[in-house]
Write a protein that binds this ligand. Structure first.
Ligand code: ADP
Ligand code: MG
Length: 263
């Protein structure tokens, strides 16, 4: 549209909603191989404060690998990742400190089964952040309330539905007060009737100003909640733009083909 400009630093579409916001995450010329197999090629990407970026694309296109590189669970062979002023890919970067600034929610939520819901949320606060137990409990209650589960604080995770457990995992990530939240198919392992409560929490976060990069197959969520949508294909960002541009005016043949299969 007339209001869309190209950001020369990132080769990236910037919408009016996000143009003025500072860059939280900047990925520059990122490449990643597993052994001899290249999986990500020369990725450039910015995520600005309070922006929700959805990553869509076929299975095997490199979406999970990209998120893992962002969280330093995988090491890229080339390129740079900056979180605010910190270069995460610098040789002596403090990986643990960087990870504490990024919340990650996976398909499988991996709650500790023998701990209460509340303790699942507080354990990293007391052990990693060194917070005292009462302060951690107050923070846990606040974030459990945010995901609609304050009443379940004393229960074991096994008593909760999959959707509720995933919301606990979200609360656990939020309690660390991350600058950026990454979601990798957070609803893909859930029974269909449990998906909508998790998506509702993610929508609330997006509209509440959280900065998020969300890998999802939920095209309705991407269309409604994303500020921008990136279409990944063969390890590249093949298209990036507003949901309107991606969903209504797709011109990339692989994107059109992908959308015709999933919509
Ligand atoms: P997506 O999340 O889009 O489905 P992935 O990032 O999981 O894609 O995978 C991208 C490519 O990398 C695929 O070809 C996949 O088989 C390969 N791959 C993913 N993880 C590994 C790994 N740990 N070792 C080797 N190859 C991998
Ligand atoms: Mg994946």
């Amino acid at each position: 549209t007339a209001h869309t400009t190209i950001d020369p630093a990132a080769g990236d579409i910037v919408t009016p909603a996000t143009r003025a916001a500072p860059v939280v995450l900047r990925v520059t010329r990122l490449s990643k191989s597993y052994g001899d197999t290249p999986v990500l090629h020369d990725i450039n990407l910015d995520v600005r404060r309070a922006e929700t970026l959805c990553l869509i694309g076929p299975s095997g296109s490199g979406k999970s690998t990209l998120l893992k590189c962002l969280n330093l669970l995988e090491k890229p062979q080339a390129g740079e990742i900056r979180l605010g002023e910190t270069c995460l890919t610098a040789p002596h970067a403090d990986v643990d400190a960087a990870r504490a600034r990024i919340g990650m929610v996976f398909q499988h939520f991996n709650l500790f089964p023998h701990m209460s819901v509340e303790r699942n949320v507080t354990v990293a606060l007391t052990s990693v952040k060194g917070m005292d137990r009462e302060q951690a409990r107050a923070l846990a209650r606040r974030h459990l309330d945010e995901v609609g589960l304050a009443a379940f604080a004393g229960q074991r995770p096994g008593r909760l539905s999959g959707g509720q457990q995933q919301r606990v995992a979200i609360a656990r990530a939020l309690a660390m007060e991350p600058e950026l939240m990454l979601f990798d198919e957070a609803t893909s392992a859930l029974d269909p009737e449990l998906v909508k409560d998790v998506l509702a929490v993610m929508r609330d976060l997006a509209s509440g100003g959280m900065t998020m990069a969300v890998v999802t197959h939920e095209m309705g969520f991407a269309r409604e909640a994303a500020d921008r949508v990136a279409f990944m294909c063969d390890g590249r960002i093949a298209e990036i733009g507003t949901p309107d541009r991606i969903f209504e005016r797709a011109d990339h043949p692989r994107l059109r083909q992908f959308l015709s299969q999933v919509l």
